[in-house]
Design a protein around this ligand. Sequence first.
Ligand SMILES: *[C@@H]1O[C@H](CO)[C@@H](O)[C@H](O)[C@H]1NC(C)=O
Length: 337
Amino acid sequence: MNCVAFMVVTTSFLFWTDAVNRYYNKDKDKALQYLTEPPVYAEIKARRGENTTLPCVLRTVSSNYKVKWSKVDPLHTASENILISNGHDVKHYGTWQSKASLRRMHALDISLRLTKLELQDYGLYRCELINGMEDEHVTITLSIEGVVFPYQSSHGRYKFTYFDAKKACEEQDATLATYKQLYREWTDGLEWCNAGWLHDGTVHYPILNPRPACGKDLPPGIRSYGPRHKTKEHYDAFCFTSTTEGSVFYIPGPLNFLQAAHACNEKGASLALVGQLYSSWKFLGLEQCDGGWLQDGSVRFPIITPKKRCGGLPQPGVHSFGFPKKTITLYGAYCYR
Ligand SMILES: *[C@@H]1O[C@H](CO)[C@@H](O)[C@H](O)[C@H]1NC(C)=O
């Protein structure tokens, strides 16, 4: 790996952790007087489509308080207001009206309820008590449980600018993954020998078994190329998706691409997106030892328990045959309904 690039990454990473620590320490230095410290629920996990509650509890009943909920961007310490309430009236900001409300289960409850979670709702939320003298706040992390998958263009390796990568993920029912999401998938066994864009404009690749062609003699881990030029440089993408309302099922072949699309339509379904196939594999245990067409023209199959007769692949995962010619009729169809 390029040594200078590595130095830059290390430095910016240290700066980032330092910034985050300082951010939290500011909370930790001072004992809270008006809000209850969240010792257990500092991180809330939920899946796409679910409703969730971010807990925040007053210490004493007060008739004269104001609470503000906001979403914080940990990198820039900028924040976006969600709502402000004085205990009676609630003022919502922007599109949060349809999604966020104060739960108010009891007199001390100022928890935030979020409905119909979307992939981009993950992040740091701040519950802030404004009482005129000393404002104080607690922060809670919301993580969306999901799955990260590498995505390559049908034209081959390293064809996406940052913006192409973002669009490609969206077209597969996903978003560009964050570093944290990629890291979690790596701990679950994701290895990918090509570098891909992440949401923050950095480029990484996850390695479990370093070898000459892949990760060289450094220890296993997430290799980093650091921030890259978003329009001039080209890589693959790491996409993130979560649960879906429907599910993916398999129709046996032999079918070519058009026949596969037609077979799905006849069942009131459509050819699955890559994100939908990964979601059914991860959350519904979909396993099928046969390649099938997907809507992007790729052919893949999902494996939970690797077997000899099933390609002899060593890892569970969604395996890919790439993008075969669409007139080839050797495959089945993965449909989503
Ligand atoms: C989420 O909340 C909305 C509105 O309160 C409700 O209609 C919906 O059924 C809830 N969904 C789940 C999965 O609980």
